[in-house]
Design a protein around this ligand. Sequence first.
Ligand code: ATP
Ligand code: RIB
Length: 301
Amino acid sequence: MPGQILVVGSSNTDMVVQTTKLPAPGETVLGGTFFMNPGGKGANQAVAAARLTGNVTFVAKVGTDIFGEQAVAGFRQEGINTTYIQSDPDHPSGVALINVDAAGENCITVAPGANAQLRPAETNPALASAETDALVLVQLEIPLDTVVHIIGEAATRGLRVILNPAPAQPLPDELFPNLFLITPNETEAELLTGIRVDDLSGAGQAAQKLHAMGVSNVIITLGSKGAYLSTGTQSQLIATPPVKAVDTTAAGDCFNGALAVALAEGQPLPDAIAFACKAASISVTRMGAQASMPRRNEVNE
Ligand code: ATP
Ligand code: RIB
C-alpha cells in the first residue's frame, strides 16, 4: 500500500462555457454548450491522485446542498476517504464560473461558499489520524489561517508538506521553512519572490529566493514547457509531452495530484515530476477539471 496522501482544500462545482475568445470587461460574447463538472483545487488534486492509484484522504467543507452531496458522492466513487469532509448548513457549496477560449486558456471566478468556512481547528482530527509517513498537500482556496495552521501542525508531526500556492496570494514568512516542497506556476512564483519568471534564468533565481525563504524543494510549473526543479543543490528542467491543449483548467491540479502519488510511492523528485508532466499533459487534451483527470493506465501507456 503506497503512503497516505492527505489533501486539504476546496471543492467547487465548475460551470464552464467554451468561447472563441474570452470576454473583455463590459463585453458579452456568445459561447458554446454549457458544461458542468466537479472542480475546486483541493478536490481536483484529490481526484487526480486517487485516479492514479494514490491512497487519498480529503479534508474539505461543503454546503448541505445538491452540489455538495454530488461532490462527496463523486469522491467516494473515486475511492477517496471522505471521513473528514464536513457539511456546513449555513453556507452554499463552492462554485466556479469558467470561460475557456479556442486556445484552451481560461478565466475563472470562484464563489468560495463553504470552502471559506473551513476553520483551523477543524482540520485537527484529520491531521491527528494521519499516518506517520503521510504527505500533506494543500492549496490556497481555503482560509489562509487554516493553511498556516495545517502546515505548522503537519511539520510539527514530522509530515512532509507540499504547498501548491494557488490562487496566487502573499504568504506569511513563517510558513516557508515548514515546507518540504512548493509548486508555484510562473505567476505565483513571481508574486511570492518579486522575480519575473519568463525563462529558465528567472525560474532559477525565483527558486533560489524560495530556498532562502526556507523551502527545501521548489518546482515551478511552466505550462507547455514542463516544470523546473530546484533542490537547493541541483536544478533541472523536465519537459512535458507535447500535446494539443483543449482546456488547461486544472492542469496544475493534475500535476500536483500526480506528483504526490509518485512521491508517496517513494519515487525520486525528477521521476515524480516526469510522471506528473505526463498526467497533466493528458488532462489538458480534455475539457473540464475532474472530468479531465487521467487514470494510471493512460499515464503508463
Ligand atoms: P492551471 O492554472 O491551468 O491549472 P497552472 O498555471 O497551475 O495550470 P501550468 O504550469 O500551466 O500550471 O501547468 C501545469 C503542468 O501541466 C505543466 O507543468 C505541464 O506538465 C502541464 N501542461 C500545462 N499546459 C500544457 C500544454 N499546453 N501542453 C502540455 N502540457 C501542459
Ligand atoms: O484549478 C482549477 C480550479 O480552480 C477549478 O476547478 C475551479 O473550481 C477553481 O477552483
